[in-house]
Design a protein around this ligand. Sequence first.
Ligand SMILES: [Zn+2]
Length: 542
Amino acid sequence: MTHQALYREWRPRIFDEVVEQRHVVYALRQAVISGQIVHAYLFSGTRGTGKTTLAKIFARAINCENPQNGNPCNQCVICEGMLNGSLLDIVEMDAASNNSVENIRRICDEVVFMPSQARFKVYIIDEVHMLSTGAFNALLKTLEEPPSHAVFILATTEPHRIPATILSRCQRYEFRRIPIDSLIGRLAEIAAKDDFDVDREALKTIAVLADGALRDAISLLDQAHSSFPGKIGRDQILDLTGVVQDEFLQQISEALFEADAAALLTLIDELVMTGRDLARFVSDLAQHFRNVLVCQVTEDPQQLVRATAKTLDDMRQLAERVSTDRLIAVIKGLSALLSDLRWAADMRTALEIGLIRLMNEQIVGSKPDRLIPDGPPAAPDPKPPAKPAGRSTPPPPATDRQAEPEQTSETAQAESEQASEADTDASEIWQRSLDRLLADGHMALYLFCRPAMPVITDDRLHLVFDPADRINYQEACQDNSLRILKQAASAAASREIAVQPSLNEQAESASNDVQPGTNQPAWIQKIKDAADTLGVPVEMEE
Ligand SMILES: [Zn+2]
């Protein structure tokens, strides 16, 4: 893999070449010069910040036959043996894949023997927090009474997962995230030496994406160089990583806060058509609003927001228009949406619904005069939906769906005749109801209910949802939703008609390989009968 090659090529081989982590470099080099070597070191910090690089330099430096001002010479037999991996006195182990007590026991058994060539036997254990409890206990025994020639260098991204008994026996060094300017400087140096045609904006974008990890930054530069023949700009880097561009995020925010559902859906369509990763997009959008929030609370956001000057300007403008509470609500909503997306059968619909719901929450929370009635249950609609223009039939009086009067056999007979006539039009009525929802501006409810399959029995429109659309079903069950649906369906059918959402539990049972219950609720039987009569494709397993 070429991107590893570039990183290896540029991996520092002496302390003097390490430009970051000065505090660690200084302390380690002093230890080499003074000869004060301890038996256990712990290097902790986020990935790609140079922990293993410094561990290897240190391992060579303490064993080098001809160290120069604390640096390894990289030319003596010992240094060369370590660089080409032939020297057995240096053992590197990845605890993520060797975390058992046996792995550590083997090390502890062999550590007692003298090194073959070097002064110190050095064990570099990466991702040490992955060790099992038994393995930690075995390691602890060795750390309590280490042979004089043993040096352990433990590296971890999660020091809080290491037992205190181990921590207390280690000399600890914390590796910091590499600042963005240092990353850019290093990338520019590499690009210049290797003659890459890459502009400053591209380097800055790489540095932002690498999030403090030099290894990731160099890998990304390498990948860009091998992927694009010509000049590498910011767009190429964004293309490569599938990151949504700032301008696009800005447009989405505008649509969200201006409650422009049509624009929002068009932008999502664009997103889907260009094949972007939708989950990544939601996470980018949340990050975008986090940055807007930072612009709102600090005078000097440049330090905390990794963005270009133009993007920062746009963010500042948005920050002035939107309240802190709204921003926080949107960020929370996006994070919930992100976890919903993981389980969504249809990510696109889930994304559309999620964003439109967020949009409506904004309106309900802030602009009562522009209320959209099918808001979330947390913010119930205090007003009935606005009467749409051009409605021919007056809306039927709202009745409690739980307390409908029992029908006498005579009226039931009459109504079922009426119903059977209407049944032939079940999908037509449903289609007209959906059109009505759209026309009346109930965009979210429209999207939620669109996947449902309509079945009409008596004076009821059953909306049968697939188990995969459970979220849609739950939204349709909200009191608010039911009222709006009932109005739309009644208007579409030109008579009063109740709406009852249901989950197609037959399909769910079948898909879970669970024997369906023998006592079917009456409505399932009704749907089955109606479906049989009409030849509607409802899957009903006996
Ligand atoms: Zn040497």
